[in-house]
Design a protein around this ligand. Structure first.
Ligand SMILES: [Mg+2]
Length: 181
């Protein structure tokens, strides 16, 4: 049996939403991010970030700029993120990786031994819920970032809706420990 994993959206979920974040100086973790990530780690979850970064395809910032931001996230979270997967493409490029398509999830499934039935996708957008559902994961919408705007757009109901990542993680851990999921 594989490991439980949390697939985490980045912008608006793990860190504050900044339109086309390109500079480490503009990176802001939420005040609750470290606590949420620690609870996930202590509960044995793999933490895998899956993020659409079309700013690369739009040439607003480079892959190296993005990697610098991910390196700083790791510094601030004591290297708690097990892997980052990103899609650099434009929305109209028809790639296989841009959420709500499953390329990044599939790449992670090839790299790690993951138990899908006990794994989750957590994000602030409709596409995050759709990605998780298409990947047969449980799903959580967080109401940070674009969460409030996207809550009313949902066509697929998530497994749960939470005010923020920390609340989502507490619910996930408690559902898991009482055997619901
Ligand atoms: Mg987001």
């Amino acid at each position: 049996m594989g490991q439980s994993a949390i697939f985490l959206d980045r912008d608006g979920t793990l860190i504050e939403e900044v339109n086309f974040l390109s500079r480490v100086e503009d990176l802001r973790l939420f005040p609750f991010t470290a606590e949420a990530v620690k609870l996930l780690k202590d509960s044995g979850y793999l933490i895998i970030v899956v993020t659409n970064q079309s700013g690369i395809g739009r040439e607003i910032y480079t892959v190296e700029d993005m990697h610098a931001i991910h390196a700083q996230i790791q510094v601030e979270l004591d290297n708690a993120i097990d892997a980052f997967y990103f899609c650099p493409h434009l929305p109209d490029e028809g790639c296989a990786c841009r959420k709500p398509r499953l390329g990044m999830i599939e790449a992670a499934l090839a790299d790690f031994d993951i138990d899908l039935e006990r794994s989750w996708m957590v994000g602030d957008k409709k596409i995050d819920v759709e990605t998780g559902a298409a990947g047969r994961l449980s799903t959580a919408l967080v109401l940070t970032g674009y969460g409030h705007e996207h809550q009313v757009l949902l066509e697929i109901q998530p497994t749960l809706i939470a005010s923020d990542l920390n609340e989502a993680v507490k619910s996930i851990v408690s559902l898991s420990s009482n055997g619901s999921i």
